[in-house]
Design a protein around this ligand. Structure first.
Ligand code: NAD
Length: 423
């Protein structure tokens, strides 16, 4: 049963009701256009072989080729892949990008693989999925436990199969293969731009320093931390999978990042008045203005989780860290949420620039990439703000409404269905 997908779609239905969209359009977006399930055979370094379950979902392509990451994780399953592909559909539409939504994954513990095994897996995944991939069909990117290196192997394998060089078939590639140095920081930077754009409507005032607690100190979390501290905000707690470190005055983030690089965990940091705990969940109850969720999905799963928070607002830097079952309790507590489809839209925005660069064959100027990121997030935020005021609704519902308006116009323009009601 598609339990996660159905729950996630409840938020879309709420936005569709707000806009008065017909049931037909909602029905059109309730199922993915195609999901390929495959077995990937992996030869281990010791000569043994394992068969791994893998999926690639193209959720909806009304706005353009489907776009979304590939994750290697032991918890990957079909429902999760399709739910994340649905979210990508909403995110690309909200950001005004000419992309539909997709996602992929392999059920595997990446920590258990050597570098050579990861390469064989990345190449095997592409061979298994090649028939639905392609620069004008489905364009993958990195996700959990995949990065530039995996994208390099994948684009190389895909080009072999296609019989021609296809740099725009994948994004998040190394610069040497047509990637952009700005892609890695883009998600964290974009979330900072989204926070500044929406802070007033999130009850955080128009200006002044904010206190921030951060769950997750990987790619997205670290770049977000740099952007907000450069802007003068204070980070008072950080958690990674090893535990939580906090200092009610302010954590020295430069030193903390160095400790994380050297020791592998944030809890090894002991500067200032920092206190460490081996409980990663402790960060969630930190007294702060903004709680930033930059680690996993499903962290705030229900009303009890929501009631344990001590923040004024939440930024969803991870994908679906708050499950729909917690929405009402958060609203009752007056905690506004900058939703994932807006907050982490910076990554796919710069991926779009990389895809365009691949098609053009001309490198973008780094300043143009930064401007593009800023403009896209600011435009999306403006549109969300307008709908919040026009329809007197929360930020997430408004974000879904903006996305749905674009999707409906495209679905109608394709002409397969005549009348979707007012959009
Ligand atoms: P990452 O693997 O680089 O970092 C994940 C971080 O979360 C690590 O610091 C890890 O220690 C921490 N973590 C894991 N379990 C934890 C726990 N129980 N408590 C506290 N911390 C824990 O991943 P990332 O690229 O930073 O992605 C993080 C999230 O952001 C994911 O949900 C991903 O889908 C989403 N996202 C990332 C991007 C991107 O460009 N990187 C784009 C969009 C969305």
């Amino acid at each position: 049963m598609a339990e996660h997908l159905e729950a996630a779609q409840g938020r879309m239905v709420r936005a569709a009701d707000l806009l008065g969209l017909s049931e037909e359009v909602v029905a059109h977006l309730k199922h993915p256009i195609e999901t390929l399930a495959a077995s990937v055979n992996l030869r281990r370094d010791d000569g043994s072989a394992v068969t791994l379950k893998a999926w690639r979902c193209r959720y909806n392509s009304s706005l353009g080729p489907t776009k979304g990451g590939i994750r290697f994780h032991q918890s990957v399953h079909l429902d999760e892949v399709e739910t994340l592909a649905f979210l990508m559909t909403m995110k690309c539409a909200l950001m005004g990008l000419p992309f539909g939504g997709g996602k992929g994954g392999v059920e595997v513990d990446a920590h258990d693989l050597s570098t050579m095994e990861k390469e064989r897996l990345a190449r095997g995944y592409v061979r298994a999925m090649a028939k639905i991939l392609g620069p004008d069909r489905d364009v993958p990117a990195p996700d959990v436990a995949t990065g530039e290196r995996e994208m390099a192997w994948m684009v190389s394998e895909y080009s072999e199969i296609a019989g021609s060089i296809q740099p725009h078939a994948f994004t998040g590639k190394p610069v040497a293969l047509g990637g952009m140095a700005e892609r890695t920081p883009a998600t964290g930077r974009g979330a900072h731009i989204a926070l500044e754009e929406m802070r007033d409507l999130a009850g955080l005032g128009e200006d002044g320093g904010l206190t921030i607690a951060l769950q997750g100190f990987g790619n997205a979390g670290r770049w977000f931390a740099k952007a907000v501290t450069d802007a003068g905000h204070k980070i008072v707690a950080v958690a990674d999978s090893s535990g939580t470190v906090s200092d009610a005055d302010e954590l020295d983030m430069e030193k903390l990042a160095k400790v994380k690089d050297e020791e592998g965990s944030v809890t090894a940091f002991d500067g200032g008045n920092a206190e460490s705990s081996d409980d990663p969940e402790e960060v969630l109850s930190t007294q702060c203005d903004v709680l930033v969720l930059a680690a996993l999905g499903g962290v705030i799963a229900d009303a009890d989780d929501a009631k344990a928070l001590n923040c004024k607002a939440i930024v969803e830097l991870a994908n679906r860290p708050i499950l729909p079952a917690a929405d009402t309790a958060l609203a009752d507590a007056g905690i506004e949420v900058v939703p994932d489809i807006l907050a982490n839209g910076g990554g796919v925005t710069v991926s779009h620039a990389e895809w365009v660069q691949g098609r053009q064959g001309i490198d973008w100027d780094p300043e143009d990439i930064d401007d593009y990121l800023e403009d896209r997030i600011a435009d999306a935020a403006d549109n969300v703000r307008e709908v919040m005021q026009e329809c007197d609704t929360d930020m997430r519902t408004a974000a879904y409404a903006v996305a749905l308006r674009r999707l409906c116009s495209a679905i109608s323009a394709h002409g397969t269905r005549a009348d979707f009601g007012k959009s």
